[in-house]
Design a protein around this ligand. Structure first.
Ligand SMILES: CC(C)(COP(=O)(O)OP(=O)(O)OC[C@H]1O[C@@H](n2cnc3c(N)ncnc32)[C@H](O)[C@@H]1OP(=O)(O)O)[C@@H](O)C(=O)NCCC(=O)NCCS
Length: 157
């Protein structure tokens, strides 16, 4: 049986995991009903020392929309902190938690025009699988003018 998505589980798995000054601080847990992906999810602040540099989320599920479009992980780094590969490094910090929820492989998605994100996927060693059209009823992305997603698959130990 998979562990619950809970603060206790996150802290048990991640503990004091750090990459230099970089670490993840749990900000919020989404229940499946409150989650835009219809699955439970963690959202962490990406912290550099005491400063919040961005956010990263881990969506715990394997429904089609996650696997084909949104991906298991979402991230954003504030402009002032970009240029230090924080997004890729934060994904790496999340991998033990992803593993604990049996998210193997990890699916990642990004927009075709998002060159920085594509570099993050490459830096992580994720494999590009295909570019897919978003369904027109996919409100969350379609309404923002997004039309396609590049799909990446990350196998990790
Ligand atoms: C994508 C994002 C998280 C990356 O932030 P970051 O971890 O600070 O990334 P970096 O600035 O260190 O750049 C990572 C790589 O992309 C490259 N890159 C950055 N901006 C780029 C651009 N506009 N065009 C091409 N390459 C770019 C960098 O040179 C670096 O390449 P390297 O690994 O070969 O050195 C950040 O740009 C962001 O928050 N964007 C807005 C939100 C977003 O797009 N989220 C992702 C949704 S999938």
């Amino acid at each position: 049986m998979q562990p619950d998505v809970s603060p206790t589980h996150a802290s048990t798995i991640l503990g004091e995991t750090r990459d230099g000054e970089l670490h993840l601080q749990l900000d919020e847990i989404y229940s499946p009903t409150g989650s835009p992906w219809a699955v439970p999810a963690y959202r962490f602040d990406v912290m550099v020392g005491d400063e919040r540099a961005g956010t990263i989320s881990l969506r715990v599920g394997d429904n089609e929309r996650l696997v084909r479009f949104a991906g298991h992980v979402g991230f954003g780094i504030d402009e002032a902190f970009r240029g230090n590969r924080l997004a890729g490094r934060a994904v790496r910090l999340l991998l033990p938690l992803a593993r604990s929820h049996c998210l193997q492989p990890l699916w990642l998605g990004c927009n075709p025009e998002n060159a920085a994100s594509i570099r993050v996927m490459e830096w992580l060693g994720a494999t590009y699988v295909e570019t897919v059209d978003l369904p027109s009823d996919y409100d969350r992305y379609f309404a923002r003018g997004e039309r396609q997603k590049r799909r990446y698959c990350l196998e990790y130990a």
